[in-house]
Ligand binder design. Structure first.
Ligand code: HEM
Length: 235
């Protein structure tokens, strides 16, 4: 699989220029210092705040689900937070604001600075299929700093799913005030289904995403520091 295969950028001008500097200058500086900026501060901060908020949303959400299960199973109590329905709802609503405000900052940053355009595009179904089948044959693309097509598709996909997760959550939270939104999802019960399926897709994304980081661990430190060595395999 190729999702987290690519490491931080050691050569791409676009990954360098997104950090605010001129591509040529940044490349020259990187050659001289052996270190390059690969993940902008705003991306790193919003990424880790999102991880924190998502963890609370999912584990408290499972507790809320257990109070009135949609399907024939419940989530193990030890994997949930909040203790009881009321407590879990408090956690869920508190983290909701962090998730949404942080997400809006990330999306605005991605559009205004062209971070999305520079790092997630171009993307074609053919390139995703090509790299996916390559990865299945054990040929994971390791080009440092440039997200491969499977990563790009996964990142765009999960951002879209999180938008759906938030919209369906709003429809469940205020089904009267947001009747139109709830109706689009087949009413209150339909919105619960959409919310659950979107949650499952995010959890699946995270499981694969973290497994890929474990397979290519040198991608992890730059997601904290923003910097990567241009020599050796220091990532
Ligand atoms: C403990 C959990 C997580 C770890 C260790 C982790 C780690 C990473 C790393 C290392 C990268 C950079 C990959 C590279 O340079 O090739 C990355 C990027 C990314 N991760 Fe995560 N991640 C985690 C959770 C999440 C979650 C919960 C989401 C969303 C639901 C997420 C969404 C993303 C996205 C969208 C990017 C691309 C960011 C950008 O460049 O705009 N991650 N993650």
């Amino acid at each position: 699989m190729a999702i987290a295969a690519a490491g931080p950028d050691l050569s791409s001008p676009e990954r360098v220029s997104k950090n605010g500097g001129d591509a040529m200058d940044a490349n020259t500086e990187a050659q001289m210092t052996g270190v390059k900026n690969v993940h902008p501060l705003a991306v790193r901060m919003t990424h880790w705040i999102n991880v924190f908020a998502m963890f609370i949303m999912v584990t408290s959400g499972w507790r809320i689900y257990n109070a009135s299960p949609l399907f024939d199973f419940k989530f193990p109590r030890d994997l949930t937070i909040g203790g009881w329905l009321g407590g879990a709802l408090q956690w869920h609503f508190a983290a909701m604001w962090i998730l949404v405000i942080n997400g809006l900052i990330y999306v605005a940053y991605g559009i205004v600075t062209r971070h999305f355009k520079a790092n997630f595009l171009p993307l074609t179904p053919r390139s995703v299929w090509h790299e996916f089948t390559n990865a299945l044959r054990g040929r994971i693309k390791h080009e440092l700093g440039v997200y491969n097509a499977v990563q790009r598709a996964a990142y765009i996909g999960v951002i879209g799913v999180i938008v759906l997760l938030v919209l369906s959550g709003i429809a469940i939270w205020k089904p009267v005030q947001f009747q139109g939104l709830a109706a689009l999802m087949g009413g209150f019960d339909g919105a619960r289904w959409v919310h659950f399926i979107a949650m499952a897709m995010v959890v699946l994304f995270v499981a694969v995403h973290v497994a890929m980081v474990a397979l290519v661990p040198r991608t992890l430190l730059p997601m904290f520091t923003g910097r990567a060595s241009t020599t050796g395999h220091g990532g």
